[in-house]
Ligand binder design. Structure first.
Ligand code: C2E
Ligand code: MG
Ligand code: MG
Length: 310
């Protein structure tokens, strides 16, 4: 094993350069930066494995884009009172060469680090728009679709332009498409001379909806919520279900619901798995849910059947 070291120190960074192997030095440097400032990281076998894994996913993702190996599944969002579906969240899957579906947790990070998320994210939006167009042709015009958007996509500064060009497909009903961002996006948006926040405001002015995903797991800064009023807050599933029958954190669910209400925002509880959780959520005033209790994410045809059965 070659010996390689990298340093990240108060914004200053360096790799030793003694190995002549840029890949290894990059891996050590990246790890040093990932772990925070004031770190010295030696290259280890573990890092070698991570680097190889990263490179293999990166190669796979490039091929996946070229060979149409992605699929966009849809998970219903429903009124808690009667479980009537009013929308779906679009969730990405990657069909590997062996035919298995790979969940985003295994590849989104690499897609973000390599910038491939920009092209993948555009594919997601165009696919979602094509689903909405098909429903419109079938006379289904009251069902929205939410897509997850990475901070990396917003930081390019071109995402709002992309949506401006793409929105023609919605025939004057842009509110059918919802952009899901995380609290991290709002925080980083402020570091970025407000350009991300400005783009989000422009996206909202164009008529798209914006929701804050996984609310409560990030910075939960009320200051940002005040400055950037989103349309919907999604209570993170860790507050709803951790495998038990009852709500994992009822008081946090109640507090987020009351906060969203007071700020005039909609609220959706993620990860609703049991009837007991459903009842508790209704009792504490939460109007909407998403989770395995009603359905996991399904293919477009199955989602359409669910809509026709409403
Ligand atoms: P998310 O946006 O918070 O999506 C919800 C995740 O919870 C999904 O995992 C969904 O399958 C899972 N889930 C839904 N109902 C339940 C439930 O009742 N119990 C439990 N335990 N889990 C439930 P998935 O599809 O693996 O996606 C994971 C994350 O990957 C998403 O979290 C989102 O952050 C990201 N992601 C998914 N699709 C995309 C995409 O197109 N672009 C980007 N940038 N990120 C995506
Ligand atoms: Mg989401
Ligand atoms: Mg979520």
């Amino acid at each position: 094993m070659e010996s390689v070291a990298a340093f990240a120190w108060n914004g200053w960074q360096a790799s030793s350069g003694i190995s002549g192997n840029l890949g290894l030095e990059y891996a050590a440097l990246y790890e040093a930066k990932r772990q925070g400032i004031k770190r010295i990281q030696c290259f280890t076998e573990n890092l070698q494995v991570q680097l190889e894994n990263h490179l293999s996913i990166e190669r796979g993702l490039r091929a996946a884009l070229a060979n149409d190996e992605f699929q966009l599944l849809l998970q219903p969002q429903w009124r808690l009172q009667d479980q009537v579906i009013f929308g779906f969240e679009a969730l990405l899957r990657w069909r590997s060469a062996s035919g298995d579906f790979i969940a985003p947790g295994e590849f989104i990070q690499v897609a973000e680090k390599t910038g491939l998320i920009v092209k993948i994210g555009e594919w997601v939006v165009l696919k979602a728009l094509s689903y909405l167009e098909t429903w419109t042709k079938m006379g289904i015009t009251d069902v929205g679709l939410a897509v997850n958007v990475s901070p990396v996509q917003l930081k390019t500064g071109h995402f709002a332009d992309f949506l401006e060009r793409a929105k023609g497909a919605l025939q004057g009903r842009p509110s059918l498409l919802e952009i899901e961002i995380t609290e991290e996006t709002l925080l980083e948006g402020h570091d970025d001379e407000l350009s991300v926040i400005k783009d989000l405001e422009r996206i909202r002015t164009m008529g798209f909806k914006i929701s804050i995903d996984d609310f409560g797991t990030g910075y939960s800064s009320l200051q940002y919520l005040r400055q950037f009023p989103a349309d919907v807050v999604k209570i993170d599933k860790s507050f709803v279900s951790t495998g038990g029958v009852c709500l994992a954190e009822p008081e946090i669910c109640r507090a987020i619901t009351m906060m969203a209400d007071a700020l005039g925002m909609g609220v959706i509880a993620e990860g609703v798995e049991t009837k007991a959780q459903l009842t508790q959520l209704i009792d504490l005033g939460c109007p909407h849910g998403q989770g395995y209790l009603v359905s996991p994410a399904v293919a477009f045809d199955e989602a359409t059947e669910l809509l026709l059965k409403r």
